[in-house]
Structures are given as structure tokens and as C-alpha cells.
Design a protein around this ligand. Sequence first.
Ligand code: PLP
Length: 413
Amino acid sequence: MDIVPVEWIKNQNDKNTREKNCKVNILTEDFAYIRNFHRQIPNYKITPLKTLANLACHLNLGGIWVKDEGYRFRLGSFKATGGTFAIFKFIVEKIGADENFHYCDLFKEEVRNKINNIVFATATDGNHGQGVAWAARKLGCNSVVYVHKLTSKPRIDTIKENGAKVVIVDGNYDDAVRQCNEDAKKNGWEIISDTAWEGYNKVPKWVIQGYSTLFMEIQEQFNAQGVIKPTHVFLQAGVGSLAVAGCEFYLKLFGKDRPKLIIVEPDRADCIFQSAKSNSKNGTSVSGDLNTKMAGLACGDPNPIAWESIRYLADAFIKVPDYVAGCGMRILGLPLNGDEEVISGESGAVTIGALKFIMHRPELKELREHLELDNKSEVLLINTERNTDPIHYREVVWEGAISVPKKYRLYRS
Ligand SMILES: Cc1ncc(COP(=O)(O)O)c(C=O)c1O
């Protein structure tokens, strides 16, 4: 039986409960301070905010905007903003520096001497590990990156090229997190994780704060186009760290007037969706192989500090099968005439795929109405990665792998 393109639920909490509990728990750091840090990294550039005006018309929307993180620091993913800022904050704290300590100070001899024996460790679905390895190498430090058994060779190779030792764990992403934690304790390594657990949340908070730079850039780019803010933001989630950065960013800037916030996940790794369904304080994990093509989103344990905020901030939770992400890659890679092209992997393209089905499918009318998606909507999406697995990209975009089942196609010959 074909799997439906979009399953969704509303936020289970009533309006009053939500507003009472909507708080900025993580993005407490000054956005300008974080942005200044990133700006000092050589080759820092604002990544493009692309407009897909013709597609917006086609889907009966006011505008579709795609922040293209494929151009981030030549690493090709937003993840680099989090890992770099977390390592910076870690060092500031370790050497007891104050707020006048800048990126360039990291390279002074007296600082180097204090940090060059540090080994940074992390578990990853690919992109976060690459970012940590890249940042560690810039500082002259070693790094060890744990990946799960389904991680593709091109992703592993890129992490190695950035100087890390790679450990492949016979399990899923969450097993890699646990193994990394155990080995780091034994070896005295410093963990730079993008997810938290009991007794460990300071570093993941810094990682999430680091993501605020991309939302700051988006705000500037919107303002330059005469748009005050998007009306809708679709955020893909693995453990939920990127999603919570987006949710808290718009809460901090716009309070009750924030855009509608929609979380999108793979149906095979839907820990945020299940957490929303149970509406439990600590979230709900999912287990198994988490065998989705959306490699960056294959996570079974929600980040507890992220869930704490997303629980009240998100307006809807969506889960989709792989073919929705494949469809998204093709929509972005082969745009309507006049729209800008975006090259993405499945994790980056899943939100446009979901949006296309939401606007087309008759059975999703209630979701469209719940979100008030119409021709006045300015929808923001984030392409979180470029084609980090190029051979697989061609298989999907050139050769039509993970195709939409006939039953759910709009164009049928
Ligand atoms: C490309 C890509 N998109 C989205 C995400 C999701 O981020 P998070 O795990 O913070 O929810 C990841 C995480 O690795 C990723 O690599």
C-alpha cells in the first residue's frame, strides 16, 4: 500500500497554555555577538535567500523563499554555524576569557598552548561532525567523529578530509551518541554534541545559539526586499535543534506576532511528531534502524532542551515518506522558468516537497486552513544542505529514484 504523502497533527495544547509556556529558553545570547563571531571566520559570507516566485504562484501562495545553506563556509550545510560557535564558547570558558575575546584571539600563542591538547568528539548524521572536524582542525586540535552504520561513504570521506578520525558504530544515530559519550569519558575528550541529555546541555545550547546567525541573515535579507517577516516557517527536524533555533528566534523577535511554525520529519524517524502526539514533558523516542533517505534527520531521541520549547511553539507537526523529499530535490533542482535553482539533499529538500503536497492534495484542506496558507502567505524554507552525496543526488534527480507513487502524482500521462 502506498504511504500517504503527509501526516500531520496540530499542537495538542490550547492557546492559553501555549502562550503561557512560550519562552526563550535557549537563544538567550545576544544575536549580534554570535553574528560578529561568525563574521570573523575567514570566507564567511551570507548564504543566499532565493525566491521561487513562479512556484509560489503555481501553488497559490504569496511567496516562497529558500535560505540556501548549501553555500555555508564551503562545507555545504548550516551545521557549521553551530559547531564553530560551541567550540568558541567552550574555549572562552576554558581559558577564562571575557566578552572582549574574539575569533582572532584563538590563534595567539598563549591561547594555542592552552588548547592544543584538546580532542573534540561528537556523534553525527554527517554534517555536524564535518563542522566540528573543520573547526577543530582550524584550531590545531584533533577530533573523533562517531557515525552510524547507515552513513554513506561520501559523508564519511568528507569528515575524514576535514581531519577527523571516524568511528563507525554498529547501530543507529542514537547508538552513535551513546558510544561517543562513553568513549569520551574514558579518554578525556571534550564532547561537542548538537543534542543534550541529562547532565549535559551547556554545549548543545551553544550549538543551537550558533544557528541563530542564519536566521539573523534571513531577517536582514527579508528586510532588504521589503518583507518584515515570513508568515510561515517550515523547519525540518532530526533531534530538533535547528527547529528550536527557528522557533525561539521568531518568538524573541516577534512575540505573539511570530510566523506560524511547522516541524517536518521523515515518517521513519519521527521523534518530534511522536512527542507532539504524546504531548509529554520529556518527549517520546522512536527506535529501530531509522532507515530514511533523509540522512540528516534520522534521529530517534528528541533533544530534550529543544522539545521543551518546540512543544509550545510549533503550530503543526508533519511527517512524510522519502518520496516527498525526493520530489522536493527535483522541484528545487529543476525550477520553473525564471525561479532560482537550489541544489539540495533529501534533508534539505523535504520542506518544499511537503509544501507542494500540502497545497495540492484535497485531503490536506484542513491542514491548509489550520495554517492559513493562502495567496498572501510568505513561506520560508531552509535548504539545510547541498548535495553532500553527489552520486546519490544524480540517482534521484537524473534517474528518478524515490519517485512519487502514481496515486499521488499531479501530472499523469
Ligand atoms: C542537512 C540537515 N538538515 C537538518 C538537520 C536537522 O537538524 P537537527 O538534528 O538539529 O534537528 C540535520 C542534522 O544533522 C542535517 O544534517
